[in-house]
Design a binder for this molecule. Sequence first.
Ligand code: SF4
Ligand code: SF4
Length: 234
Amino acid sequence: MGRIIDILNQDTHFCDGLNSCMNCGVCTAVCPAAEFYNYDPRVIVDTVQRGDESEIEELLKSNTIWYCGECMSCKPRCPRGNTPGEVIMALRKASIETGLFVESEKGRQQFAIKRAIADSVLGVGYCVSPDIAVPEKHPEQGPVWEWICANKEQVYERVHANYDGNGAGALRHVDEASLNELKEIFKVTGGTAFMESIEQCSKEKAAALGMDIEEYLHETYTFNSGGDGYGNNE
Ligand code: SF4
Ligand code: SF4
């Protein structure tokens, strides 16, 4: 692993997001995530600004960086023109690039998001597809979703969707050429390498925990310890 601070300095979100912090705490005062979690953007920015490699490494291994809702309410309020939300985006990216995300519960959940959302985007062209979000795998969707899935032709016709059809309209079939174009965009923008890092590090973590990858996926999708946002209960 290169120096984390060097990785951060190559990230435009990091360079845009941090000028200099005077520790006033305005970002924490306006932050909606700070209302619900024991989470403090001021502390995160201050830690990064100190530049201590081992402290930043601890941040990348912690739950803390995954509590930000990326709403950017902190951006217009900071008297020094910082954007803590962008600093946190850069920390998340570095956590995935270095593989340290698997050391925290919320970090490990990135694998569930990758499998549920990214694989759906690249596989069928939608973030969420009714054909992938099947009730057997998503009992949390409840009985209404189960009913919709059992009656989807009828339901989608009523809302004038073009379910699995050609041409325009919601839920239309996304053709092979468009899917290939999407894959190319992911490739040239670094998205594919990013997803591969999540997949590979998660497989290694699953093996280290003595789980097969499907068990690990189920664990990351369903387990929530109710940790406090400062890396406790990981
Ligand atoms: S509002 Fe800006 S200067 Fe104040 S603590 Fe947050 S990042 Fe630092
Ligand atoms: S972007 Fe993150 S840190 Fe900033 S206000 Fe929103 S939740 Fe808080």
